[in-house]
Design a protein around this ligand. Structure first.
Ligand SMILES: Nc1nc2c(ncn2[C@@H]2O[C@H](COP(=O)(O)OP(=O)(O)OP(=O)(O)O)[C@@H](O)[C@H]2O)c(=O)[nH]1
Ligand SMILES: [Mg+2]
Length: 463
């Protein structure tokens, strides 16, 4: 146990100092840029706010709650054969001797010290299905475990009353480790599981954060049946993930519940490996946070890159307009009042006549200067009202031309920010012209290449 404790400790004091330092750095260097471009900075900080999170998801009755009770060494979660749990339960540590407490979902979501503010958008219906239980268990000293309602086959959002997969997606984004649990009865055939793997998880968590578990293998009628179930799950997984390689699948069962544990004792090590992997979640955390920050800031960089190109593109067009405008203004300055006199008889002495006849007075400049200024004013408002929106529309139609998408990673990042860029170009192109995008890009570059890299190296040393 002492060894296990130490391992869990790998996310201890040094790690906390690192997180605090990182938060300060983010506040100093990234927050102003996020604010300038309307990005949600607090979202970026959410994973820093709390302990490492392990999310347990999977089809109903796959043994999620049983496994969690086993980890905690006590019966905290209800278990049962039919779909048992319809709530998300956040299991967090309590101080020794503290009575087990249960905090309702609405309080959990509103608590600024917890990272769940993003769940507010799922409304009252979700808060009724969310709670936090404080449990005194050594396992919860270094991490938090979230038990979830089992995934079902024929349910819709209306049946659940809230967007179940949306909630799973948000929680997966916060989690450092996701346990995706199956059982041999429905090895990967459940509709919500399919939707989660296909649609929800890829957007929220990187692949290396997901552990696949085939649980309750003792329910198989011997090894032939087990091989069949395993094969079915592999096949279904490859259909769902689109990956050709099969990730490691932990084959586990509860030794306490097994009908004939001896028949499956060859797999005992798998359960232990899984528990060890979960104990290692805190060590993964700093990397997880850095990955998130990296992804978000790179998203911002690509966005700013697009705005910078848009601005310089319009600048080039403006140069032509300005050249034409200056020439026209010069002509108007010297000949405008002459033309006016030809048409209307006034003014009595145009500027050029005054200059040539030696009767120049400063007052003669007034009218030509006003004409030139009027022209500039007209050109300015034409540029703003007509030329700029037209240019923004053109840029929007070929928005990929604003960024250099030379790597698959950049393409991936771009797919996340593309809509934002389009919306900005359409809604406020003039604001984009007044920002020093290139200077901001240099700041972002410096943050990614210098500051963040330093933390990656720190994290690698600690791991
Ligand atoms: N034989 C056997 N039974 C198990 C095992 N794990 C869980 N069970 C039983 O399977 C049933 C479902 O287990 P739960 O832990 O409630 O499953 P769950 O995934 O939390 O289910 P939901 O909360 O409904 O999504 C319970 O009756 C457990 O006693 C196992 O490894 N072997
Ligand atoms: Mg359960």
């Amino acid at each position: 146990m002492a060894g296990e404790e130490r391992q869990a400790d790998s996310g201890g004091g040094g790690y906390e100092a690192l997180v605090t330092e990182l938060e300060l750095l983010l506040r100093r260097r990234v927050r102003p840029l996020f604010a300038l471009y309307g990005h949600d900075f607090e979202n970026l900080l959410a994973p820093l706010k709390w302990k490492p999170i392990v999310l347990v998801i999977g089809n109903y009755s796959s043994g999620k709650s049983t496994f969690i009770n086993e980890l905690l060494g006590q019966t905290v979660q209800r278990t049962g054969q039919s779909p048992t749990d319809d709530s998300f339960t956040i299991l967090a540590g309590a101080s020794p001797g503290q009575e087990p407490a249960e905090i309702p979902g609405s309080t959990v979501i509103r608590d600024p010290g917890l990272p769940f503010a993003r769940l507010e958008k799922f409304g009252e219906r979700l808060s009724a299905h969310l709670r936090l239980k404080q449990v005194a268990s050594p396992f919860l000293e270094k991490m938090v475990i979230i038990d979830t309602p089992g995934m079902l086959d024929s349910v819709t959002e209306r049946d659940r009353g809230y967007d179940y997969l949306g909630v799973v997606g948000e929680l997966a984004g916060l989690a450092d480790l996701i346990i995706l649990m199956f059982d041999p009865f429905k090895a990967g055939t459940i509709k919500e599981t399919y939707q989660a793997i296909r649609g929800t998880l890829p957007g929220s968590a990187s692949e290396d954060r997901v552990l696949y578990v085939l649980n309750r293998i003792d329910a198989c009628e011997g090894s032939v049946d087990l091989v069949r179930s395993y094969g079915t799950l592999c096949w279904n997984l490859s259909q769902m993930t689109g990956r050709k390689d099969i990730p490691r699948i932990f084959l586990t069962y509860s030794p306490e519940l097994a009908r004939d544990g001896a028949a499956f004792s060859a797999w005992d090590g798998e359960r232990r490996d899984l528990v060890e992997a979960i104990r290692g979640a805190p060590a993964k955390r700093i990397n997880h946070i850095l990955q998130d920050v990296d992804r978000e800031v790179r998203g911002l960089r690509l966005e700013v890159e697009a705005y910078a190109r848009f601005k310089s593109g319009f600048g080039a067009r403006l140069k032509n307009l300005a050249g034409f405008g200056s020439l026209a203004a010069l002509l108007l300055f010297f000949f405008g009042d002459l033309l006016l006199r030809y048409l209307t008889g006034l003014p009595e002495t145009p500027l050029l006549v005054g200059l040539l006849s030696g009767e120049f007075r400063p007052g003669l400049v007034l009218l030509p200067a006003s004409l030139a200024a009027l022209l500039f004013l007209l050109l300015y408002s034409w540029g703003k009202q007509v030329s700029l929106p037209r240019f923004a529309r053109e840029a929007g139609r070929e928005v990929e031309g604003l960024v250099l998408l030379d790597t698959a990673y950049k393409k991936d990042v771009w797919s996340r920010v593309r809509e934002r860029v389009l919306a900005r170009l359409a809604a406020e192109p003039h604001k984009l012209l007044w920002r020093a995008h290139r200077r901001h890009l240099r700041k972002i570059e410096r943050f990614l290449e210098r500051d963040l890299r330093r933390y990656y190296q720190h994290g690698a040393k600690k791991a």
